[in-house]
Ligand binder design. Structure first.
Ligand code: FMN
Length: 423
């Protein structure tokens, strides 16, 4: 029998903990977000469909992206115990300089489309967090304005080598003058991937007003007010306009770029140079002999070749082959700090976040990007504490195995797969 009694007013008073309401709507929204997926949901509610889909979407059946995320979800961690780890150090050295966290912001094109603060929000948030920011050739903010937003932090420039080579060379010179310290030479975009969502949405640059977009705009007034009352949305470094992103990419990109172009940029550029979009061990090995400082294992967030290799699966083999000679970075599919910890454990020097940053941006401008970084930071710190490692250098392959749909891959199966790849 349960004994019952009347609640005493003093006991009731103890239970009552009414929080003062948060009047600032951006803060209210962001405070409720605990994961990057929460930020994604807020972003979707606030951004017109065509812009949201341009950001979230990938190529063809979007298999590359789904598989990359699945690979991270299939990570199994192996924690140590009783190591006494009261604090953890998340900082690292990347490309000859410091980063407070083992990730930076990836280059993304047309960023002011997602939210009007665009690259300035990304660069300012990166500056505040002490992590690097990468500006895309297809950015909507100039090299010089990014430098002004992140004057003392680290800025990186992503380069597309275009049909008109002089345009690219001029950008390289400007990035050097603005003291960007690294170039990311993207190599996975000889032509645009088939972004079917953009086609279905009739998405074009600049965005067109149709009956559909106007109906879709009604519940998203802030985005539209921002769009209509701020400087025109256009590429900061290119003059090409008009058409879908795919058409613009195809008109600007040159499918004949080659190792010769890489050599030219290597000679022009005074800083570090990374090749972004490497997808085989063989190419990573080739690049190790070409005077580059590292590779980014990436399939462009699944936006180019669909069914491309999963960067996280490629990582251990590439690290084994070239990890002693150059840095190995990784992106595609990162949605949690645990994904980053797993990548570092398998030998990545550093990681980059694309959509995770853009979801924050769409959810709340710079404060949203701050929130993305703080969610990832908290997840990294917590995962490291639970693994009982004090710093990133202590993370190793012993901390991670891969499950495929909950079936552990045995070491012998991995060895067999590697023998096949090596043949
Ligand atoms: C909207 C969007 C635009 C992008 N634009 C570029 C770009 O201009 N240049 C580039 O090298 N990569 C670009 N990327 C790829 C990112 O740099 C990065 O490789 C990718 O987003 C990583 O995957 P994630 O989004 O799952 O983190 C873009 C990605 C997105 C989502």
């Amino acid at each position: 029998m349960v004994k019952r009694q009347f609640p005493r007013p003093s006991e009731l008073a103890e239970l009552m903990r009414f929080k003062a309401p948060t009047l600032d709507p951006v803060r209210r929204r962001l405070d409720g977000a605990l994961t990057i997926y929460d930020l994604r949901d807020i972003a979707q509610r606030r951004t017109p469909r065509a812009a949201f889909d341009y950001t979230e979407g990938a190529a063809e059946g979007e298999l590359s992206l789904a598989r990359a995320r699945q690979a991270f979800e299939d990570v199994e961690f192996h924690p140590s115990i009783l190591r006494s780890v009261p604090v953890v150090d998340t900082s690292c050295t990347v490309l000859g300089g410091p980063s407070a966290l083992p990730f930076g912001i990836a280059p993304t094109g047309f960023t002011r489309l997602m939210q009007t603060e665009g690259e300035i929000a990304g660069a300012s948030a990166a500056s505040a967090a002490g992590i690097p920011f990468t500006l895309s050739t297809l950015g909507t903010t100039s090299i010089e304005d990014v430098k002004a937003a992140n004057p003392t932090g680290r800025n990186w420039f992503q380069l597309y080598v275009m049909r008109q080579r002089e345009i690219s060379y001029d950008l390289v010179r400007r990035a050097a003058a603005a003291e960007f310290d690294t170039i990311f030479f993207t190599v996975d975009t000889p032509v645009a991937g088939a972004r079917l969502r953009d086609k279905r949405n009739g998405f074009s640059i600049p965005p067109q007003l149709t009956l559909g977009t106007i109906i879709n705009a009604i519940p998203r007034p802030t985005w539209w007010i921002n769009f209509l009352t701020t400087p025109k949305l256009e590429f900061a470094s290119l003059s090409a306009t008009g058409g879908t992103v795919g058409e613009l990419l195809d008109s600007a990109m040159d499918p004949t770029i080659s190792f010769d172009d890489l050599a030219i940029i290597r000679d022009m550029w005074p800083g570090k140079i990374m090749v972004k979009g490497v997808q085989t061990v063989a190419d990573a090995k080739l690049l190790a002999d070409r005077g580059v400082d590292g590779v980014v294992l990436s399939n462009h967030g699944g936006r180019q070749l669909d069914r491309a290799p999963i960067p996280f699966h490629l990582l251990p083999n590439v690290v084994r082959e070239v990890g002693a000679d150059m840095e190995v970075h990784l992106d595609t599919g990162i949605m949690s700090g645990a994904d980053i910890v797993a990548s570092i454990a398998l030998g990545a020097t550093f990681t980059l976040i694309g959509r995770a940053y853009l979801y924050g941006l769409m959810a709340g401008g710079q404060r949203g990007v701050d929130k993305t970084i703080s969610i990832l930071r908290d997840q990294i710190v917590r995962t490291m504490k639970l693994l009982e490692v004090e710093n990133l250098a202590e993370l190793g392959p012993q901390h991670v195995t891969q499950l495929t749909r909950l079936v552990p891959i045995t070491r012998s199966a991995v060895d067999a797969a590697e023998r096949v790849t090596a043949r």
